[in-house]
Ligand binder design. Structure first.
Ligand code: URP
Ligand code: ZN
Ligand code: ZN
Length: 463
């Protein structure tokens, strides 16, 4: 038997198991896993002695090449997926936006055009719905059949993305009928808008007022309402970018009652806090994203939520805007700062370091949070999210002892600052492959633009 690739002498880690094994790849799939595999006829051999062999990371919340706040996110599908690969993430699910009056198909086609010739790793789309006449509901089954099996709805950003409760409820009922799942941006946009207007009227225009005008109660209220609407509709719901303990409590309570409620958090909420907003001058703008940063004590609650499965995934909400020229659009008014932060590259190392490295959870739980559960919730498991015979050969040789200090000087994202500048991580990918194609090895990029495939995802089937 001849193999395209063999990874030898590594420790294979899945969500459930950790064991020494060789892994062989043929035609982009995992062909065999055994204690020892013959390497004589392998075209390429990687030695993973002392390293983990992990399933490729899956980031189910990214915004590449996204028009937002009067500008466009700084990474396109090439630079964004390339940076993701440097960090061990081989699959992303991005968001195709249906603008008011447009069909869902228009959104899908537009985002396919952005991604098709550029993405270096595999990608799928959630569809953001911003208005919902009956015609859009009727359109959902066709989009779902084409593999767009999740929809993002907003309870915030009135006049831009926000939907009213009746529309949200109708969408949730439609997803139940069609086997899709709703991803919810849960913040009470109406209340926040009133608080924001008052702050501006009082002359409070600095970046930190972005955070101070979006209280945790606004997130918790919307999270509770999203769960209630989903329960009434008999639908599952996935809460995106959960940032605080108040919202986490709503999710925990719902899951304790056995409801199909899921939530993700992001590295920025695990590592950064409100103090960042006090950075000198306009520097706080680097941390303007929604939901905003919270008081520091929330971080440990979120880590604990990850440990105990009150939170199921860590994604990045990667939505980069350069400090110069883009963030600076809001120099005199925080509401004009484009919302979003860069993070696609360092998710795996940050979660590994803070989670496994600090003894908060096991390496298996780490794999579950960054790869396996995202794959299950969003219909790409077991093709992705695990290491098993027949799965895509999306594999990462991960060195648990390699140390790195995160910096904009060395990162690969197309943005002029890092939210995690100076943060020291221990645990870095040495080799990253997608469907058997090596994307990154020894810090060199070996992939190609357009090498990624669109993922036609299956419908929601529980976790
Ligand atoms: O500030 C953020 N999170 N920007 C991206 C859009 C969103 O709400 O996810
Ligand atoms: Zn959002
Ligand atoms: Zn987002």
């Amino acid at each position: 038997m001849s193999f395209d690739v063999i990874i030898k002498n590594g420790t294979v880690v899945t969500a459930t198991d950790t064991y020494p094994a060789d892994v062989a790849v043929v035609d982009g799939k995992i062909h065999s896993i055994a204690k020892t595999l013959p390497q004589e006829n392998a075209k390429r051999v990687f030695d993973a002695t002392g390293k983990y062999v992990l399933p490729g990371g899956i980031d189910v919340h990214t915004h590449l090449d996204m028009p937002f706040g009067g500008t466009t996110s700084a990474d396109d599908f090439e630079t964004g997926t390339r940076a993701a690969a440097f960090g061990g993430t081989t699959t992303i699910i991005d968001f195709a936006i249906q603008y008011k009056g447009q069909t869902l198909r228009t959104a899908f086609d537009a985002w396919m055009q952005k991604a098709e010739s550029r993405a270096v790793g595999d990608y799928g789309f959630h569809c953001i719905i911003t208005d919902l006449p009956d015609a859009r509901i009727e359109e959902m089954p066709a989009l779902i059949r084409d593999g767009v099996t999740s929809f993002k709805l907003f309870m915030a950003y009135p006049g831009v993305f926000m939907l009213d409760d009746a529309s949200i409820f109708r969408a949730l009922r439609a997803t139940t009928r069609n086997g899709a799942i709703v991803c919810m941006h849960a913040e009470n946009g109406g209340a926040i808008d009133v608080i924001v207007k008052q702050a501006l009227a009082e002359g409070k225009t600095a970046p930190k007022y972005h955070a101070l005008t979006r209280p945790t109660t606004a997130e918790a209220e919307a999270t509770g309402r999203a769960i209630a609407l989903a329960e009434m509709a008999g639908a599952p719901v996935y809460i995106v970018h959960l940032s605080c303990n108040d919202a986490l409590e709503k999710v925990r309570e719902a899951r304790d009652r056995g409801l199909p409620v899921y939530a993700e958090t992001c590295p920025q909420y695990l590592y950064l806090s409100l103090e960042q907003m006090d950075a000198p001058g306009f520097e706080g703008a680097k941390y303007v994203f929604t939901p905003p940063l919270r008081e520091k004590w929330h971080q440990e609650k979120l880590w604990n939520g990850l440990k105990h499965d009150h939170l199921q995934c860590v994604s990045t909400d990667h939505c980069p805007f350069c400090f110069k020229e883009q963030k600076e659009m809001g120099k005199n008014d925080f509401t004009k700062i484009p919302n979003g932060g860069p993070g696609i590259e360092h998710r795996m190392s940050l979660v590994y370091s803070g989670g496994v490295g600090k003894g908060r959870f096991s390496v298996n739980r780490f794999v579950e949070l960054v790869s396996t559960t995202p794959a299950k919730i969003f219909g790409i498991y077991p093709r992705k999210g695990t290491i098993s015979v027949g799965s895509d050969a999306d594999l990462v040789i991960f060195d648990p002892n390699r140390e790195h200090t995160i910096s904009a000087k060395t990162h690969h994202m197309r943005v002029d600052y890092s939210m995690f500048e100076g943060v020291k991580v221990k645990g870095m990918p040495d080799m990253v492959m997608s469907r058997g194609r090596v994307l990154v090895h020894d810090e060199k990029f070996l992939g190609k633009a357009g090498g990624g495939n669109f993922l036609k995802r299956a419908t929601y089937a529980g976790v």
